[in-house]
Design a binder for this molecule. Sequence first.
Ligand code: ATP
Ligand code: MG
Length: 305
Amino acid sequence: FAINMDQLQLGEELGNGAYGTVKRVIHRPTKATMAMKEIRLELDDTKLNAIIMELDILHRAVHDSIVEFYGAFFIESCVYYCMEYMDAGSLDKLYGAGVPEPVLGRIVSFMVKGLKFLKDEMQIIHRDVKPTNVLLNKKGDVKLCDFGVSGQLEKSLAKTNIGCQSYMAPERIKGESQNALSTYTVSSDVWSVGLATLEIALGKYPYPPETYLNVFAQLSAIVHGDPPELPDTYSEHARDWVNRCLVKRPEGRASYAELMNHPFLQEDARRNVDIGEWVTYALQWREEQKQQRRSRQQEEQLHPS
Ligand code: ATP
Ligand code: MG
């Protein structure tokens, strides 16, 4: 069946990205809760139709580590994309609670399994691996979203958004600045996995804005500097695993098979880890953070200094 707007009851906003808004919706015919992403594009109907057709292959991307796709449609110049609602949201809003090494191991193991499935079974390279595109739910599932399946959509999304946090591999940054042919391969995603892993562990983006005065300095550090590392509070295996992702030459980086067979993820496979329990804790932490911010604001309104 095809989803359309008339069947959807709009709920609250779940978040905002560079290209649009994500809302919680209820699909009335099935009573299913979904997340609907709105992407504003100035395109003619032929191109919008092409995007909807290309997105259709997402129906085959069924895997434990991949957010389920329900359907897409367009109205005027907006593409609407309906997917599985993940009730704990994205990892960037949770990792501040602190991520113990076993939890880190399990999260990245889910990520690598999802990426390996996309590559091996669907010939898809993700192209946008980062903590905001890793979604969790209270059951303890960890799933990837927002991977590149539509050439037309990728082309249409303004490239103006380099953002202040780049997860692009060095060869991609160089490629873009030299305007060379796309040098994007699966190993560019492996770099992004390494950087995301580091960010999840550290609780912040590994090239801190305090150190790099502008985006150019930051990109230059990625291309010319030594890759960042996990601190020695983490195990040798965890540190080595991240090092195998953050190799500057793409040919030198680990494959997904190597990452799965690495002692860090082999240990994870033998351990019992309850991600649901960690998610509950992290959501509680986030709620407390919100409360504290609210009472600070009230305090400032009562006693402006
Ligand atoms: P960017 O625009 O750079 O890709 P982003 O990934 O944060 O950044 P969006 O993909 O538009 O931007 O998502 C916005 C936010 O909406 C996410 O950060 C996430 O918190 C939330 N979100 C997205 N998809 C879902 C979903 N399926 N379930 C629950 N929350 C979601
Ligand atoms: Mg996203």
